[in-house]
Each structure stands twice: as C-alpha cells, then as structure tokens.
Design a protein around this ligand. Sequence first.
Ligand SMILES: Nc1nc2c(ncn2[C@@H]2O[C@H](COP(=O)(O)OP(=O)(O)O)[C@@H](O)[C@H]2O)c(=O)[nH]1
Ligand SMILES: [Mg+2]
Length: 277
Amino acid sequence: MNPTVYEEQMRGHEIYSRVRIMNGLWIVLRVDGVAFHGRTQGLEKPYDATFQNAMVRAARETMETVDSPLCFVESDEASFVIRPDSQMFGRRHEKLVSVAAGTMSAAFVRFPPRVGGGNWQFDCRVWVGRGVDDVVDYMSWRQADAGRNCLNSWAQECIRREGFMTGPLPKPGMSKTDRYFALKGLKNNQLHELLHKHGINFTELPAWQRNGVYIRSDYYHEFDVGKTVSIRPRLLRRMVEMTDLPHGGDFREMTRDYLQRLVDKVPTVKEPPVPVP
Ligand SMILES: Nc1nc2c(ncn2[C@@H]2O[C@H](COP(=O)(O)OP(=O)(O)O)[C@@H](O)[C@H]2O)c(=O)[nH]1
Ligand SMILES: [Mg+2]
C-alpha cells in the first residue's frame, strides 16, 4: 500500500486524539494516586509529612508542565486549574491528561516518601467549568473532601490507638472489618467526640490536613524606573505555597478573588511574594 495512504488510514484510527476542550471553558485536571491506600501502609498515619512534601513538590513541577497557575493538593490528589484561554497542548484532552499524570508520577518518585515505593502512579481526569463561580464551587467541593478525610482518618487513628483492631471483639459475630467500618455509621459530632477522648481538638489540627494546600502563581508589578518620565510596570510571577488556608466562605472568597484577577490580567498581590525554596 502507498505509505502516505497507509499513514493517513492509521492516523484515522486515533479518534480520541482530536478531542479538544472548547476555548472559553475553565479546565481542572485532577490527578489521584493509584491504589495509594496500600502503598502508604508503612507511612505515618494518618498524615505523613514526607508524603505531603512529595505531593506538593511533584504538583509544583506538574503546574509548570501543564500551564496551571493554581493547584489544590489534599491527601493523594492534586487539582490543576487551567485558564479558559490557555492553548496548552492545543487543549487536547488526551495530551493534557496523559502529560499531567506522567509528570506527576515521574516527579513524585524524585521526592520519595520515607517508606513505601515501587510504582507511585497517578491517574488523571478532566473537569470543566463555565466560569469563575464553577471553579470556586469545584474548589469548595475538594476542600470539603479534605475536611471529611481528615476527620475520618484521625478517627480511624484513635480506634487504632484504642487497640480496637487488635483487642477482643466487642460483639459476637462481629469481624475486625465490621468494627473498622462501624466508623462509617458515626455522625460527625460522634467522630469529633471520639477525637476529643484522645485529646485531639479537630480545629487545632494543622490547617494543611483539614483544609488542604494551595500552590499558586502570584503576579505582581515590578516598576522599571527609567531615565524618562514614564514608569512602565512589568507583570512578574512567583510561586507560593499556602499551607495555612482558611475554609468555607473565606476560602471561596480568596479563590474567587484570585481567579477574577487572572481573568482581568491584573496583579494578584501588591508586593512580590516571598520566594519558596
Ligand atoms: N499513611 C498515610 N496515608 C495517606 C496519606 N495521605 C493519603 N494517604 C492514603 O491515601 C489514600 C487515598 O485515598 P484513595 O485515593 O481513595 O485510595 P486509593 O484508591 O487506594 O488511592 C487514603 O486512603 C490514605 O490511606 C498520608 O499522609 N499518610
Ligand atoms: Mg488514590
């Protein structure tokens, strides 16, 4: 067969590579660790600082690769916001998800957590939003998930500390798994009480555990004061890590304000942010 015809015919089978995400839509790429529940078994529970560090470092590298100005990290997932006018990879769906998952996986193993290992892989999915408000809702959703995870995983830790998993079974016929998952039936206030019994006040846990972490590019003006009268500001950018995020309404407000400034192409902060190492 004529090589050109053959080439064309074969390319015709790559039907998904032509799927592009419409201009004007905000994109969020969410990467999530594959089977991390098992891989993280040897790490400090419920939160391990070396794991968190690997997540944040890898996310920072991924942001650069996929042209994302804002990323939210919690547990084993990271959400990368991409502007509605970004032309990264021609907005091709396949390219965006594969590059995000690939970069995150490759970068993560360069900052490996204390223990665990083997293949730390991430998958990726695409979420799209019609405007700033949709993205604010998205971030609220993921932050609420971080809060729920935090409460549940500390409650599980309390149960472990009580020797609940290893002690005698409280009810005949109840398996260890039943006991463990009995937690699922507890209401929020009962979980808080359980933590209290162990001297843990949920609101005093580190904010990065309860509310997640933002990594964002902050844009600021640097003024070139030349010999002439005109002062031309240059828009520069610096990455910041925010480990002390507010939650709820304040978090929404902060997110909305930042995204709107991106849309308006104005500085997101007045002063140059402090550089992160
Ligand atoms: N020990 C430990 N485990 C963590 C930490 N962060 C996330 N994980 C684990 O990562 C899992 C992530 O949940 P999920 O994505 O639903 O599970 P997966 O499908 O097994 O990846 C949680 O169940 C935790 O067990 C951490 O800091 N320490
Ligand atoms: Mg996972």
